[in-house]
Design a protein. Structure first.
Length: 286
């Protein structure tokens, strides 16, 4: 994703756009990102506020819209459960236009680290400032190029404490980076956080890269990300997922296929069918 050296991420903007659509259409507490709308351009905000135009947008991108809103609900659950369990740190890897720290954690006794490309971080800060949304005191922005910089070096140069139990949120990242970068990130989490730390991430089924586009939404999704210059690059074999994680020092505790994800998080009749070529993982550091 070399374009991120000079521009913010198009796919991160798309993710924010879907969350804004969800909140405007469905509302809290189901689709709870009430800040996302402020991170979009005035033109796009106006189209989302207009009910007719909003529903036309939802119909045009319905599998992505549903998946991203389900994923946001899932990651919110992981964060809130971690705080209730007494986790001291939340690390959001590839944060993009994430608003978790602002929505859920500003008054919690937890340190939050948003790790992402500096271009995306600068763009997000610009929109937040224009909307009058200030950063919580417990939020730390950590700039990084996941493919070229060491996550370990970057994080250990920050206030992050590797001795503490930590919740890692890693959504919408694994399939845009190299296999080596995925392994390096998992190695950092396993070696530089306390036993019992948790990572929640999504991944693309590996056979998509072998040409299997029969999963619902796969053909359109693969074509779209390629068209905006951020093609998918990496997938994981679902059949060997447990072994994949065990080899890297993790225990799998939750796994969702696309239909399972939708069944858990999306109220029946409130969202269209989500795309089904991705899985979602929750794993614990051994």
């Amino acid at each position: 994703m070399t374009r991120l050296k000079t521009k913010s991420s198009n796919t991160a903007k798309l993710t924010c756009y879907q969350r804004a659509l969800g909140h405007a259409e469905v509302g809290s507490p189901i689709a709870n990102d009430y800040i996302a709308l402020h991170l979009l351009s005035p033109k796009v905000r106006a189209e989302i506020i207009d009910a007719g135009k909003r529903r036309a947008h939802i119909n045009r991108v319905s599998p992505t819209y549903s998946y991203i809103n389900a994923r946001n609900m899932h990651m919110d659950r992981m964060v809130l459960e971690a705080v209730e369990k007494g986790f001291a740190q939340i690390v959001i890897l590839g944060a993009g236009y994430d608003t978790t720290a602002h929505r859920l954690l500003s008054d919690r006794d937890v340190q939050v680290y948003e790790v992402d490309a500096p271009t995306s971080q600068a763009d997000k800060k610009k929109y937040l400032a224009a909307a009058g949304v200030s950063a919580p005191d417990n939020l730390h922005y950590i700039p990084i190029d996941f493919n070229e910089q060491s996550l370990r070096d970057v994080m250990l140069a920050s206030p992050y404490d590797p001795a503490l139990k930590t919740q890692f949120i890693w959504e919408g990242v694994t399939y845009y980076i190299s296999a080596e970068a995925v392994d390096a990130t998992l190695a950092f989490i396993q070696e530089s956080s306390a036993t019992g730390s948790i990572v929640a991430f999504d991944y693309i089924y590996a056979d998509v890269f072998s040409g299997n586009l029969s999963y619902y939404g796969a053909e359109e999704g693969v074509a779209y990300v390629a068209s905006v210059g951020e093609p998918f690059t990496y997938g994981i074999e679902t059949e060997t997922l447990t072994e994949f994680l065990e080899q890297r020092g993790f225990t799998l505790v939750e796994h969702y296929t696309g239909p399972e994800f939708q069944a858990r998080y999306l109220p029946e009749g409130r969202f269209p069918r989500a795309y089904e070529y991705m899985g979602n993982v929750v794993a614990v550091v051994k």
